[in-house]
Design a binder for this molecule. Sequence first.
Ligand code: AG3
Length: 282
Amino acid sequence: MDERDWYTELHGGPFGLTIRRDQVLIRERTPYQQLEIFENEALGRVLLLDDAVMLTERDEFIYHEMLVHPGMLAHPDPHQVLVVGGGDGGTLREVVKHQEVEQATLCEIDEAVINLSREFLPFTAAGLDHPKSTIHVGDGLEYIRSHREEFDVVIVDSTDPVGMAEGLFRSPFYRDVKASLKPGGLLVQQAESPFYGFETWPRTFSELASVFRNVHCYGAAIPMYPSGYWTFAFGSDDLTPKSWFDPLRADRLEGLRYYSSELQDAAFQLPRFARLALASEH
Ligand code: AG3
């Protein structure tokens, strides 16, 4: 390697992902975490929280489209949507593409993520400033407890399940989410990589299954996340991913680069190793 500055995210120990830091735009300790945004010639802007890659300009569309659209399209008429976390705005950007949405509320604990995304990540932060978006700075665990039967869809766009985000992957939170949903609502959550987290990864799904009747897992290839293979959790008492699926609604969504209506089936077909890990947990 050359003399320049390289950033490495270690993936479970003896190896990792290395990205050249061509220019550091901001590096700051917020009240909650270490935040850094740097620029890389090939990937564009890169957001790190506590030294983990949250997004790169090059591949964030995959994560945000796949976190949002399968769940939104499973619901017949999602008017009220809550995003927990997601301070960069990328999830909101995808949520407000759905014409059924009247209000998309974001509850992000760390205001610095919101402010610095507005300054340095305009491609995702556009979602924060959409007329249908409402921003609330606070703890998602508390916020959800004070809202009853309000949301059609709750989307959890969090950091990894360690430290402050851990509670977002546990059944007490899922019970509160269930109470915050209107009848016929659903939850979608970013659910990490099955490739490394053999112990923790299936647990998310079993905790979810202790609260919601229908729990599904789906995946997507996200090159800059650990292992490049990422999953999402879907939970609902009443809905399945295909309950109300209408490909015409999917076709109306603008600017998609990963999601397509075929994925409403295909993304839920898991590789054998992941399916086995889930089966042995239940
Ligand atoms: N939230 C999920 C990031 C998880 C990545 N984990 C890691 N690199 N170890 C991303 C937030 C984007 N809105």
